[in-house]
Ligand binder design. Sequence first.
Ligand SMILES: [Zn+2]
Length: 492
Amino acid sequence: MRPRLYPYNVRAMSGLWDTRSPAEQRREQSGLLRQTVLQMALGHVPFVVARLKEAGVDARTFRGLEDLGRIPPTLRGDVFDPGRNPEGARALVLHGTEEGVKRFSERAVLLRVAMARLIGGEEVQRLAVEAASRSLHVHLVPGAGGTIPVAYTRDDLNLLARAGARLARVLGLERDDRLLNLVPAGPTLDHWGIFYMAHGMGMSALHARPRAGDLGAALGAAFEGGRPTALAVPAEEVLHVASAAAEAGMDLSELRLLVAVGRSLSAEERAGAARELAAAGAPEARVGAAYGVAEGRVLWGECVVPPGHAESYGFHTYPDLDLVEVLSPESGAPVPAETPGEIAVTPLGFRGGGAPRWRSGDLALGGITARVCPNCGRTVPRVGPSVRRSAWLRPVVLNGAETSLDLREAGAAVARHAEGWQLEIVRRGAANELFVYLVTRSEDPDRVIDLFEELERMEAAPTQIVLSTPEQLAARHRLAGGAWPRFWERTG
Ligand SMILES: [Zn+2]
């Protein structure tokens, strides 16, 4: 029997995305999650098929949010471990088929496909099926192990444009704004999220920077004689862009908003950017930020605050486009609301691929909150306000070799072999040591050797593995203290 499907497009297109009660949002998310899991599992995303099978989850009986905990969160290392995912990153991309679209689509897509046939015959119907089943736009996220592809179908790009329109509204932009996008072009969410913000809102935009590098040249070539009302720049350049624009002769007198893209800004950066703007002839311009998980699907924005206001109210998410969780970086288990932790995302309704519960490695310092935004009144979940990217990546020199140790990945590897554990990085001058403390399930020495080899493959071969008693380990956790006592870093 065909499972009952949820008409998500109808709800998502209504104008009410940001004012529903948390209970309504959860109900809708649950239906969307059920459908997304079904599409990914039965609609041919090989990685998800294998992962659900391994976890014993039958997508046909998956109930939604109440079953979310049955799906294990995914780390980059899960994708690139040849033992557990022989196909590698390719397995994250939809292997779509016409049959898959017809069997596992929500009503809105089925209706569209049927209408296409009525209106335009087989050829037009084929295009409608393709829009739902063929990946045609890809972002690439390089990192440890390899590059993660994030694929969009044509329908997915429409969702990205919808998210873009919302981002513009949250940031306080309108259709008659004129955007100068200085985020370097490339296969990244940061660039295309801003591109689709302009597209979704229908504002004019110049995407002026073909590559990273000289900001001044991009500014000089852009908007000769034009006056942008909004600038989007990588967050790292937020302090320099106004003076560079003034130097390039750009008229900033009509500028209303400077958007820092990629992360949150510190209070100092906000104040510094405002000072720069004032000096460059744009004293009224506001400063905002946009951020999204690099392997995610959409950019979120901060709601606009008055000039001179140092606080921000976090990144406003779209509850019908992704399910956002904050997890413990040690265990991958959800943490309570408004508690710091790692941002994990499950895109809802996107069909191009990906994995549910993707662990971003990004730290939300204030966690996630469902409380009504005191600034704009929106009821959507907000993350942040401060977000730190790659927060558990540590440059270390182990056994004479420089490497980048991901504490979450190493911790997950250790946790597969032990009941209790701690990773300790000891920094002695330029050289570092990595100790792994373990309370093992068995006395079997092979298990410890397996663990050593697994860490070695991650370029995190430990200096020493120390078998401990539960009491010894508890004492070490107390000594380390802090929010995540299984990750201990100290200077020797
Ligand atoms: Zn707000």
